[in-house]
Design a protein around this ligand. Structure first.
Ligand SMILES: [Zn+2]
Length: 204
């Protein structure tokens, strides 16, 4: 499946993993019935029986995260989001990031591997960040910034809300950059920060 960059004048869209992996994570954490309630609350019940196969509306992803947080609370929602992100990373490793490229990245030291990986991720940022803006700052710790991050959109909280992205970066960087990678969201727009910032460390 090839995702084509959508018409920039149309509504923002995000890859279907943002829905499919969240459904998987919620089923495991909350069970089938509760997952169905949460998807229904988001107005997305149809996606449980017919998982999306193409890009979905960003607005649907935002709605799902709102419904999940309202339904099961911030901590459980954060765990589900992180697990959905981890599963998304797993999918990208299995299906999207070419195996020869993965082999090269694994041979490189973490710094150069991170530089190449982030350049590639940046070229596909529109598939996971929607109308958010992805940027990064190389070095250690490495910082990834998502401005206008979909999972923090129209939300206010006293803790970071974007565990979906933390989980995705954690899975991919652990596999391709360093086994020791630890990812934390150190600033979140939902808490009043100008953007969501993810810090990645792999050294002591
Ligand atoms: Zn955030």
């Amino acid at each position: 499946m090839t995702a084509h960059r959508p018409d920039p004048s149309g509504p923002a869209r995000i890859g279907p993993n943002s829905i499919i992996r969240m459904a998987e994570a919620l089923r495991e954490q909350q069970g089938e019935a509760r997952t169905a309630e949460l998807f229904a609350a988001a107005g997305l019940a149809a996606y449980l029986t017919n998982p999306p196969e193409t890009m979905v509306l960003e607005e649907e992803v935002i709605r799902l995260h709102h419904a999940v947080r309202a339904g099961i609370g911030l901590d459980a929602a954060s765990r589900a989001g992180w697990d959905a992100g981890r599963r998304t990373g797993e999918y990208l490793l299995a299906r999207r990031i070419p195996k020869p490229a993965q082999a090269v990245l694994k041979l490189l030291p973490p710094g150069p591997a991170a530089r190449i990986l982030l350049k590639a991720i940046g070229q596909h940022a529109w598939t996971f960040a929607g109308s958010g803006r992805f940027s990064y700052q190389l070095g250690h710790p490495l910082r990834i910034t998502i401005e206008n991050c979909p999972t923090a959109r129209d939300a206010q909280a006293d803790q970071p809300l974007c565990a979906f992205y933390t989980g995705t970066f954690q899975r991919i960087f652990t596999e391709l950059v360093s086994r020791k990678t630890e990812v934390r969201e150190i600033a979140c727009a939902a808490t009043g920060a100008p953007a969501c910032v993810f810090e990645l460390r792999w050294k002591e």
